[in-house]
Design a protein around this ligand. Structure first.
Ligand SMILES: *Cc1c(COP(=O)(O)O)cnc(C)c1O
Length: 237
């Protein structure tokens, strides 16, 4: 099969799995946004994916996101940064993205807020929580979140939309379900504590290996890479 046919087949299969997972728990599939994480493939493949109708794209490295934003500027893409953002890269990143999923410190949040103000932008942000407390994972410690949420009124140039997390251990599906459920419960507990203009409606959780579980547990955004590129990537796992 050629690349476009493979992409179309993978995309349709993932959309179908998203729909089935949402329906299993009585949710509307429209509540779940697919963010296609394109870090594994070259720009021509990304272009084909957009031409198939996929508009929300994610990258985990800021430099790669800047380059692709420039190379694909003719297409109607909504870019999501899903990986770590260093403070010295905020100024170049903000004009390229609509969403940043990986805000993991108050100092980063303060920089984004200040620079967004200077640039006249208003990025949508998610606060990354290290819900599993796994040392390899980024994010705020869950017990810090009440304090963080109480301070969100200090950042008027950004829209804080919800929380993001990764499951602690890849391949441990029971553990993933526990982590995703914990993130949703944390969000439910924090929501009433947020300043009135902020509503934590988004939960970015779930990747290729666990997105159906994440949807069952309330994900509104799933970040999917390798499952979309099955048969296209060289080392197919
Ligand atoms: C790479 C990446 C993904 C996609 O992972 P897959 O397992 O390839 O679906 C999702 N989220 C983040 C933060 C990533 O870095």
């Amino acid at each position: 099969m050629d690349t476009t046919s493979l992409l179309r087949k993978n995309l349709e299969s993932i959309q179908e799995r998203i729909r089935a997972a949402a329906e299993r728990v009585g949710r509307s599939p429209d509540e779940v946004r697919l963010v296609a994480v394109t870090k594994y493939v070259d720009v021509p493949v990304v272009r084909q994916l957009v031409e198939l109708g996929q508009r929300s794209l994610g990258e985990s490295r800021p430099q790669q996101l800047w380059q692709r934003h420039a190379l694909l500027a003719d297409l109607p893409i909504q870019w999501h940064l899903v990986g770590p953002l260093q403070r010295n890269k905020v100024r170049k990143t903000l004009p390229c993205v609509e969403w940043i999923h990986s805000v993991d410190s108050l100092s980063l949040l303060a920089d984004i807020n200040r620079i967004a103000g200077e640039l006249g932008l208003r990025p949508k942000l998610l606060l990354e929580v290290n819900i599993s407390r796994h040392p390899s994972k980024h994010g705020f410690a869950p017990e810090m979140m009440e304090e963080i949420i109480s301070q969100l009124g200090n950042f008027p140039n950004v829209t804080i939309c919800g929380l993001m997390a990764m499951a602690g251990v890849e391949g441990d599906l029971e553990g993933a379900r526990r982590d995703f459920r914990a993130l949703r419960q944390l969000r439910d507990r924090l929501s009433p504590l947020a300043p009135p203009q902020i509503s934590l409606t988004e939960l970015s959780m779930g990747m290729s290996g666990d997105f159906e579980i994440a949807i069952e547990e309330g994900a509104t955004m799933v970040r999917i890479g390798c499952a979309l590129f099955k048969g296209i990537l060289e080392e197919d796992s």
